[in-house]
Design a protein around this ligand. Structure first.
Ligand SMILES: Nc1ncnc2c1ncn2[C@@H]1O[C@H](COP(=O)(O)OP(=O)(O)OP(=O)(O)O)[C@@H](O)[C@H]1O
Ligand SMILES: CC(C)(CO)[C@@H](O)C(=O)[O-]
Ligand code: BAL
Length: 279
């Protein structure tokens, strides 16, 4: 058995700058909020396959949480995260505190995601994508990646990161990684840790709704109807949205490839999922 190589853990800007200055290129960065699972591992593995240096960031970003959201109770499991990073041969873990990331408190300057940031997740979580893109840009500036990896589980987030990279002329490649699921279909998510056994069973309705939507004949309305009817039958699940869009999140086309995006609350836990459909 080969010994696991422990990643270098840095928590402040100066230490990060020192290891980054020495890093062989290409440099890949995987940004996370910790509580790592096999979905994150898939991103880290793709990063490892592509780059000479892999940097993982672990930071629960206060800027992207609403006042009534789960910032305080969000799982913080750095020790376990480091084991996963060691297993995936990550070179550097940057795990700053909020004071390191926001030394002057909440920043006045924020990235405005524009209209794409106001629909779906942005409509349900006002200011969410301003917070996400602001921290993503800050982490890009601090880690200086050649390539970044984001999961398609957060489909709108990847689209917005791509938009920011284009709009702001960032010289970075963005790679989207398909959603990793449990054998029964549940998309891996750090927030799955909040679910009781019975809530977890209820949450399977999201994957079932994606399957029902993908199997529904007809246009966007029929797909949405099929997905919503599965979700409406799930006891203890409150649907937020079930929407078909174009693959780039524009209006759904009359026919051809499209995306079905879902968000729902199971108990107090808000979950999202999405998948391809053909109209
Ligand atoms: N099941 C998954 N498959 C692929 N990528 C994933 C999966 N879950 C998360 N990711 C990706 O990992 C990166 C970090 O995500 P994050 O740390 O927020 O984890 P998460 O599981 O999405 O957490 P949360 O439950 O808070 O949504 C993001 O790019 C996200 O899309
Ligand atoms: C991209 C990200 C790390 C920014 O905090 C977060 O939104 C996430 O984990 O998906
Ligand atoms: N996975 C996206 C980060 C969030 O929900 O806050």
């Amino acid at each position: 058995m080969t010994a696991l190589r422990t990643p270098t853990v840095v928590t402040d800007r100066e230490a990060l700058a020192r290891v980054r200055d020495r890093a062989d290129r290409p440099v890949a960065v995987v940004m996370t909020m910790g509580a790592l699972h096999d979905g994150h591992a898939a991103l880290l593995r793709q990063a490892r396959a592509r780059a000479a240096t892999v940097i993982a960031t672990v930071f629960v970003n206060p800027l992207q949480f609403g006042p009534n959201e789960d910032f305080d109770r969000y799982p913080r499991t750095l020790e376990g995260d480091l084991e996963i990073c060691a297993r995936e041969e990550v070179d550097v873990v940057f795990a700053p505190t909020p004071a390191v990331m926001y030394p002057d408190g909440q920043p006045n300057t924020r990235v405005n995601p524009g209209p794409l940031g106001e629909i779906l997740e942005g409509a349900s979580r006002p200011g969410f994508f301003h917070g996400v893109l602001t921290v993503v840009l800050k982490l890009i500036n601090l880690t200086r990646p050649d390539v970044v990896f984001f999961g398609e589980k957060d489909y709108q987030q990847v689209a917005l990161v791509r938009q920011m990279v284009r709009d702001l002329d960032l010289d970075i490649e963005v790679v989207g990684v398909p959603t990793v699921r449990e054998p029964d279909g549940l998309a891996l998510s750090s927030r799955n840790r909040y679910l009781s056994d019975s809530e977890r069973t209820t949450a399977l309705a999201l994957a079932a709704a994606l399957r029902a939507g993908a199997a529904a004949p007809g246009g966007a309305a029929a797909v949405e109807e099929a997905a919503r009817s599965v979700l409406e039958q799930a006891d203890g699940l409150e649907l937020d949205y079930g929407v078909v869009t174009a693959p780039d999140l524009g209006p759904a086309p009359a026919s051809g490839p499209a995306r079905l995006l879902l968000a729902a609350k199971v108990g107090t836990t808000r979950l999202i999922d999405n998948g391809p459909v053909t109209l």
